[in-house]
Design a binder for this molecule. Sequence first.
Ligand SMILES: Cc1cc2nc3c(=O)[nH]c(=O)nc-3n(C[C@H](O)[C@H](O)[C@H](O)COP(=O)(O)OP(=O)(O)OC[C@H]3O[C@@H](n4cnc5c(N)ncnc54)[C@H](O)[C@@H]3O)c2cc1C
Length: 388
Amino acid sequence: MDFRLTDEQKMVQQTVRDFVKRELMPLEGEVLLNERENRPGIERAQIRELQLKAKEMGFWGINTPEEYGGANLGPIMSGIISMELARTFVPFAFGGSADNILYHCNEEQKQQYLLPTINGERRSCFALSEPGAGSDAANIKMRARKDGDCWVLNGEKIFITNGNEADFTMVFAVTDPEKGGHGGVTCFLVDREMGWRSSYIPTMGEWGPASLYFEDVRVPEKNILGKINGGFNLGMQWIGAGRWAIACRAVGVAERALDMAIEYSKHRISMGQPIAERQAIQWMIADSYVEIEATRWLALYAAWQAEEGQDNRHASSVAKLNGATMVNHVIDRVLQVHGGMGYTKELPVERWYREVRLWRIFEGTDEIQRYIIARNLLRGHVKVGETF
Ligand SMILES: Cc1cc2nc3c(=O)[nH]c(=O)nc-3n(C[C@H](O)[C@H](O)[C@H](O)COP(=O)(O)OP(=O)(O)OC[C@H]3O[C@@H](n4cnc5c(N)ncnc54)[C@H](O)[C@@H]3O)c2cc1C
């Protein structure tokens, strides 16, 4: 067993760490100020500029196959990169990527949807959740009815990330009610110009998802993504890719916040001593460190399974549940160590506190991860003590 990163992985880790320090962290003050005054933390054009700078260093299309101009670095490297990027709250991601399910596009769809998304010319959103179906995704009601060579879509989607900004959506609708949610759902590629509307949903985070409304939206048959009635599997494929990635991001956020707490505790004097001298503070620091390390290994294990081509769904649920819990605990402690300052908008701690609360909800709630983990154990798909 070898826990060391390879020389290449170390080099990539260090390069991204340097990029984050040099290019992104200096923008943090501006991001906090803009958000406080209800402006976007950072303009899209500025993100684009940074993405192009990163492209010159080879960071473009981290998971995108080489044939589409990507670096295709693989799951472990992506995990390491996510951890590094998450050390800053500047909302930045390397360019050159597209949703994993867009690779199911046929040749014509690739030109219209996949390639422009990779190039940053078009923006997608993934629309599965509905007002009556979140955790119970198989219970969606949006209906698609065949009419000539079109499908007519009616219904509402809710909490769709980028739903207000996207110019096309990958939307899931029931095409065969008799087969039900698992076998009767199809994914459609639908341009905004085809007639769907969106409205922004304010949340406790610094950005909000959107509701999407479909009223008799006519979508050509050629806009079906993948197979007719094959949408549920596509939806699960999209969600599955995000779970262990959230655990990686949790590690990055928590590491940075813990570093801040350690520094602050050394300099904050109370009753004649730095608070770092107090056991109460030391225990918060120690517990946070232990929990971060645990998430790191769970996340990298799920990434390793993906790299090996193994089914990593169970490991992803374990990592996601652990990571989302961990980062909420750590940020809460970091806020506590900072006392009143932690509660102000001068520091990013209260921002993280609001942001990471979401991570226990989206891409499968804590309860759904527990349900999956327990189901796998009870049915014998996974056996206790047989991780290796
Ligand atoms: C900011 C944000 C962004 C999002 N982005 C997207 C997106 O881009 N695309 C998209 O399709 N969706 C998106 N979602 C939706 C998200 O996936 C759902 O909110 C999530 O799956 C939970 O569904 P729900 O909100 O309907 O809660 P519910 O499913 O109604 O759950 C309510 C509570 O009941 C619990 N619960 C539900 N079922 C069970 C069960 N069987 N056993 C035990 N407990 C249960 C849940 O854990 C939760 O605590 C987003 C949500 C948010 C808040």
